[in-house]
Design a protein around this ligand. Structure first.
Ligand SMILES: [Zn+2]
Length: 331
């Protein structure tokens, strides 16, 4: 919870309502929304480019599989120089298309650790870049490499894991923000701060969706209407209840109002519903916090050291000792 009330929302640079709406639209287009379904361009189906001929290496006959990728890697290391540059480029294309294909599958199924996926997607990206820089690459090869590169870049910025289910503003009946009192995000998100709401309205174990939605609405009303605040919207970007439900707060187009003054810059605010001065959040709430933090960090490339409890930024005790200890251990 915010203690003092620095008016976090500087006067808007957008004078007219239309100007504000246009600016919002531009921001909305520029920033990918947090959602469970990353939009990643699909690679078109591969066409058989290399025909089977006597003397061609074994990988040519192999259908797309991990074994094929291994064969190509070995061949590139040992035999490639004895073959035509076209075949070498074809091998590199198939190797990196395979890396991308299997990464996409693993992300959909949550089947590989994110570090492994990052390394694999990065290898694919570099591989496609190499092909594009190779003067021997034909127009066809270059266009496949372009498609692959696009896919690798999109995959690198997509959240890893299965995504996060978010209860959207319209689902909890949020009031419309006062856009003129909000500050657009400047730069990229680079840190995350965790709070507790320090209220006793919310059910410690979560209660019903409607109960928690009611608490979130009370917090929004407090932040928007309280004479000490009068902010443009709820201060936090996300709120998590005792049952582990994650609520969308202030949209990520806007800087938050939760850590005080300039501490809000490029800082995503997450609030755990409840008062954790004397008790700890539920397991379900902590599990959702972990998933949300992992997702946001993957999406915005925020290192674990930049995830902090509110008390890092001031004299507040927020978010209480148990959650502070949990965050110190978070990686
Ligand atoms: Zn706080």
């Amino acid at each position: 919870m915010q203690r003092s009330s620095p008016r976090a929302s500087a006067p808007s640079v957008f004078r007219s309502r239309r100007g504000a709406l246009l600016a919002r639209l531009a921001l909305a287009l520029a920033l990918a929304p947090l959602c469970a379904c990353p939009t990643v361009p699909k690679t078109p189906p591969q066409e058989p480019v290399v025909v089977e001929e006597p003397g061609n290496p074994e990988w040519v006959r192999e259908p797309m599989s991990w074994r094929k990728l291994e064969l190509i890697e070995q061949w590139l290391e040992v035999d490639a120089t004895r073959h035509s540059p076209e075949l070498v480029i074809e091998a590199k294309l198939q190797l990196n298309e395979g890396r991308l294909l299997f990464s996409r599958r693993d992300i959909e199924n949550g089947a590989a650790p994110k570090e492994t996926l990052q390394v694999r997607v990065e290898s694919a990206r570099k591989g496609f870049e190499e092909i594009l820089a190779d003067p021997a690459a034909s127009a066809g090869a270059r266009s496949r490499a372009q498609v692959g590169l696009k896919g690798a870049v999109a995959l690198a910025s997509a959240p890893t894991g299965k995504g996060v289910a978010i209860i959207r503003r319209q689902q909890w009946n949020a009031r419309a923000p006062r856009v003129s009192n909000l500050t657009p995000l400047k730069g990229a998100w680079s840190r995350i701060t965790v709070h507790h709401s320090a209220e006793s309205t919310s059910d410690p174990r979560g209660g019903s969706l409607e109960d928690s939605a009611g608490t979130v609405r009370i917090i929004q009303k407090y932040h928007m209407d309280d004479p000490e605040h009068r902010w443009g919207d709820i201060g936090y970007h996300f709120l998590i209840d005792g049952a582990g439900r994650i609520f969308e707060g202030r949209e990520l187009d806007w800087q938050g109002a939760h850590a005080g003054g300039s501490n809000n810059q490029q800082n995503i605010g997450i609030c755990m519903l409840g008062d954790f001065e004397k008790r700890a959040p539920t397991e379900a709430a902590l599990k959702s916090l972990q998933v949300l933090l992992d997702d946001l960090r993957g999406r915005y490339r925020i290192p674990a050291e930049r995830v902090a409890p509110h008390n890092t930024y001031g004299t507040t005790r927020c978010p209480g000792p148990a959650l502070t200890a949990w965050l110190k251990k978070y990686k």
